[in-house]
Design a protein around this ligand. Structure first.
Ligand SMILES: N[C@@H](CCC(=O)N[C@@H](CS)C(=O)NCC(=O)O)C(=O)O
Length: 299
């Protein structure tokens, strides 16, 4: 790891630490409990970084926090807040609608990571098309970094939020669910892209009564086989948050989600708990881009 990416890595480490301490993620400023005045040591930063797959010496960890603490000292709450606020916020380019970017926004919101939604660039689309990595949005800017591709952005935001697991097996399982969930999201275009009104109504019905029930049952099957309460295992992780976003997109499109959930009691329990997780109860409301209701302009 070189010095230039160290700040972002430290954020990731601190957010993982937040997860361990069951505190809101770092950009929510609450890592350290002011009442008991707990402090984070360079050793803890080192442990946090190693959980992110970044091994640094305690000396290096000390250096990372050295701008914020006196030599040999530990980071207290106000120093920590100063550190965190010096990190630029992630800026997401997307329209103010529920759709593909709900996944990464759900990660950030779940982890209480503050971010900006740049709707101006999106609303003036395609003016900025050539400036994006692949001519499409979502695009995420964070500091000097710019990335395209929703899947990459979702994972990056999950890491910022402390929701991406650290072990390679857990990562692979999480990725498996993320991919499957994005496939289920893509199913929405079967109806959305239809131009004939009656066929379109039928296609939305097919999503409601066949496609989603079939796919949710597959998630349920895997959840039951895991013997764990969440797609993320013993704890909610990015996989559960992605399912939250997926469910939201389809339910906001006015599909009756009870049909798909009818045979999925474990998935229902995991979903209900995820709805209460972190900042998700306040997941922002946007305009509708998908609707199965023919009287809605988004149909
Ligand atoms: N695989 C890409 C697909 C991105 C995509 O389809 N973006 C659409 C909006 S959801 C877009 O940018 N449309 C405008 C365009 O292609 O010019 C991803 O996951 O980010």
């Amino acid at each position: 790891m070189n010095d230039s990416d160290s700040d972002l890595q430290l954020i990731l480490a601190l957010n993982l630490k937040c997860r361990e301490l069951k505190k809101p993620a770092a950009q929510g400023f609450h890592l350290l409990d002011t009442s008991d005045n707990k402090k984070i040591s360079a050793k803890e930063v080192k442990v946090g970084l190693s959980k992110c797959g970044k091994d640094v010496s305690v000396d290096r960890a000390k250096k990372l926090i050295s701008h914020f603490v006196p030599p040999g000292g530990q980071m207290n709450h106000s120093q920590y807040v100063r550190f965190i606020t010096s990190i630029p916020k992630p800026v997401l380019v997307y329209w103010p609608v529920h759709g593909r970017s709900d996944f990464c926004q759900a990660m950030l919101v779940a982890g209480n990571v503050t971010y900006e939604l740049d709707t101006d660039t999106a609303n003036s689309w395609p003016a900025a098309k050539e400036e994006t990595p692949f001519g499409q949005i979502p695009v995420l800017h964070h500091g000097d970094m710019t990335i395209g591709q929703g899947g990459a952005i979702n994972r990056y935001c999950a890491k910022l939020a402390g929701l991406y697991p650290s072990g390679v097996v857990e990562q692979a399982t999480c990725d498996m669910y993320l991919e499957q969930i994005m496939d289920i999201f893509s199913g929405i275009f079967k109806a959305y892209n239809e131009t004939d009104k009656d066929t379109k109504i039928e296609k939305w019905k097919m999503l409601e009564t066949e496609f989603l029930p079939k796919n949710f049952k597959l998630l349920e099957k895997n959840l039951v086989a895991s013997g764990k309460p969440f797609l993320g295992g013993d704890e909610i992780n990015a996989a559960d948050v992605a399912f939250f976003a997926l469910y939201g997109i389809y339910s906001k499109a006015s599909l009756d989600m009870s049909i798909a959930m009818a045979d999925c009691p474990k998935l229902q329990e995991a979903y209900d708990a995820t709805c209460k997780f972190g900042g998700l109860p306040n997941f922002p409301k946007r305009y509708l881009y998908f609707s199965s209701d023919p009287s809605n302009p988004a149909f």
